[in-house]
Design a protein around this ligand. Structure first.
Ligand SMILES: Nc1ncnc2c1ncn2[C@@H]1O[C@H](COP(=O)(O)OP(=O)(O)OP(=O)(O)O)[C@@H](O)[C@H]1O
Ligand SMILES: [Mg+2]
Length: 302
């Protein structure tokens, strides 16, 4: 078992469940999605493991590197939308309308804090799940809704709700890769197996290009051997790569949403911000996406 201080960005324990770590050299899958940027779902049906924090922080870190970034809030609680300074109650249009096909994504996407674009959520997203359930091909609703804008971005991050409901399935169907934030505490492995089973089903039936990039340890307390033991256990048990470095536990994260921006803006030199920057750089290296100049179309409905 590789140790945490191993230098490579990811370490992989291939026990055959998911296969070895691989980074697709080019987005595959054909059709309208061929030329698009990276679409990455940040998913774990366990609540409060820092999915939203990871999407906001990685998004800001990618933007710092000059990437064009779109963040998609797929949670009915709209925490990502709130945390980027947008009041969901004030929105005329939201991701709901986009997923249901009643508004194009271009009309709903807004430019927000941290130099990223946001496809915001409104609180009634829960109703969207019910609507989608009656529709054939519902798992493809997000993929097809995003297809017209995905070429405008280099990275698209999907903030999934803490469930394995239809919107999470739609996110996994739209994505090329999945990152699984994991809080390193006792029993945190519970649910990972179910998530991986779901991902395997999605890969088999809906989206054969889907790859698990790995788990991202969050709220990590390096002072306890316990946190590391949990992480090693999850890595070994499921054969998952572990994204480095782990994100340290810090009160700075709780402060950021109230300030309407990610920790990269609100506490730029904190250890947490630095850790997310490193993870983002590792991902860009893995994707062979070099830092570049911000360019392309920008839109704002604000
Ligand atoms: N590294 C960290 N250290 C300390 N607190 C953190 C850290 N990362 C996130 N938090 C805090 O933990 C709480 C849960 O984070 P977050 O909302 O990102 O999780 P989530 O997985 O998106 O939750 P949900 O499942 O409800 O969508 C928030 O209050 C957030 O500020
Ligand atoms: Mg969340």
């Amino acid at each position: 078992m590789a140790r945490f201080d191993a230098q490579p960005f990811v370490r992989s324990v291939d026990n055959g469940i998911l296969g070895p770590f691989r980074v697709p050299s080019a987005p595959g899958g054909g059709g309208r999605m061929r030329r698009m940027g990276r679409v990455v779902a940040v998913a774990n049906q366990k609540g409060g493991v820092a999915k939203t924090t990871t999407v906001a922080s990685l998004g800001a870190a990618f933007a710092e590197q000059g990437m064009r970034v779109l963040l998609v809030d797929l949670d009915a609680q709209a925490c990502l939308t709130f945390s980027l300074g947008v009041d969901p109650d004030e929105l005329e249009l939201s991701v709901n309308d986009v997923v249901l096909g009643s508004a194009p994504a271009t009309e709903v996407i807004m430019t927000v804090a941290d130099g990223v674009d946001l496809l915001p959520s409104a609180i009634d997203l829960a109703g969207v799940e019910a609507h989608l359930l009656t529709r054939p091909g519902r798992e493809f609703a997000l993929r097809s809704a995003l297809s017209e804008v995905v070429d405008d971005y280099q990275v698209v991050l999907l903030d999934c709700a803490p469930s394995l409901g239809v919107l999470t399935l739609a996110a996994l169907t739209a994505a090329q890769e999945v990152i699984v934030p994991l809080q390193c505490e006792m029993l945190s492995h519970r649910g990972v197996g179910q998530l991986l089973d779901t991902i395997e089903d999605v890969r088999r039936i809906l989206n054969e290009r889907l790859v698990v990039m790995g788990v991202l340890p969050t709220m990590f307390d390096a002072r306890t051997s316990h946190a590391r033991a949990v992480l090693d256990d999850v890595g070994e048990r499921y054969g998952l790569p572990v994204l480095e470095p782990p994100i340290p536990r810090s009160v700075r994260f709780a402060e950021a949403p109230a300030l309407g921006a990610s920790i990269l803006a609100t506490s730029s030199t904190s250890k947490g911000a630095k850790a997310y920057r490193e993870v983002a750089l590792g991902l860009l290296r893995a994707w062979k996406l070099g830092p570049g100049r911000r360019a392309g179309r920008r839109r704002s409905t604000a």
